[in-house]
Design a protein around this ligand. Structure first.
Ligand SMILES: O=C[C@H](O)[C@H](O)[C@H](O)COP(=O)(O)O
Length: 303
């Protein structure tokens, strides 16, 4: 049964009137049970804040900044939504560059930290914080390194963050390293003499040390001690860190020694990242950036 034409017209007029009120944002009396709309539905973007204090940078800091800025410009694309933020002294420049793109560019993005330091960087810059358990797939992760060899294997963990860093690196479709020129070496252990950082559960540290000394050939492996606290460094995961130096003939095959260390019971993670990085960016003293790719290509980028 159809309604008479005057009734249909009446209903249509009422609907059109109500629609024009809504679209022209004219407030209308509330219906029973209806809630008032917020006065504006437009989200207000808070300004972001750079983590880098203003002032002149030393040559090394400038090199870190160049590497970080170039890597951000080349690897964070507008469509990227989930970004991993690594740890160390080069990463603040990564965040600085991301922040410089503005609140609008970053408003739909979430940033995944590799530890306490990067979490603080993300939060204090005004970026949105997420975690890898919410975002197990990351578009791109940018991180520092203690040293990087010709095949882009690297030592990480100088700041005891390598367990989370490896998880965030593995979760990323693209993992990119940023560092200054001192980290660009032929084989690992060239300038970084402290050894391979190894995160161990506290209960097992003495046994792991014994194995490193007598089985794996690192007689000088030591438990990392804290500087402003009595006792050992405790990682963000509540574990201890051992630093294990190895001879050159061992370090030229980092994957082999990484696998051997990882097999020791009590070891949580080893600070050797092998065959993981897509590219490594090294800022140079002359203001250029050396970019090494995982296919062996090397580029020089002028600032
Ligand atoms: O645990 C710390 C991390 O692996 C760092 O990314 C690494 O130590 C490099 O740090 P930096 O950029 O300060 O040399």
């Amino acid at each position: 049964m159809s309604l008479p034409t005057p009734v249909v017209d009446e209903i249509n007029n009422l609907l059109n009137e109500r629609l024009s009120m809504i679209t022209s944002a004219v407030p209308h009396p509330l219906l029973p049970g209806e809630q008032a709309m917020p006065s504006s539905t437009k989200s207000v973007l808070k300004p972001l804040k750079s983590p880098i204090p203003t002032g002149e940078l030393s040559v090394i800091e400038k090199s870190k900044q160049l590497a970080a800025w170039t890597a951000v410009d080349q690897h964070i694309r507008p469509e990227h939504r989930v970004i991993g933020i690594g740890s160390g002294s080069t990463v603040p420049y990564v965040v600085e560059r991301i922040v410089s793109k503005g609140a609008e560019a970053n408003k739909d993005r979430v940033f995944i930290p590799t530890g306490f330091q990067s979490k603080e960087l993300i939060v204090t810059s005004g970026l949105v914080l997420g975690d890898v358990d919410q975002y197990p797939t990351i578009d791109v992760t940018l991180d520092g390194a203690d040293e990087v060899d010709v095949e882009l294997n690297c030592i990480k963990g100088g700041g005891a963050c390598h367990l989370r860093e490896k998880v965030i690196a593995e979760a990323a479709n693209t993992f990119v390293l940023v560092a200054d020129y001192r980290k660009n070496v032929e084989y690992l252990g060239t300038n970084f003499k402290a050894g391979v950082p190894i995160e161990v559960v506290p209960f097992a540290y003495a046994k792991v040390l014994q194995n490193l000394h007598h089985v794996l050939g690192s007689p000088n492996a030591t438990l990392r001690m804290a500087r402003a606290k009595a006792g050992p460094v405790v990682s963000d995961n509540g574990n201890f860190i051992i630093d294990a130096p190895f001879d050159r003939e061992v370090m030229v095959k980092p994957y082999t020694i990484m696998a051997q260390i990882k097999m020791l019971t009590g070891v949580v993670e080893v600070g050797l990242f092998c065959h993981m990085a897509r590219a490594a960016y090294f800022g140079n003293q002359d203001g250029s950036v050396t970019v090494k790719w995982n296919d062996g290509k090397i580029e020089q980028v002028k600032a």
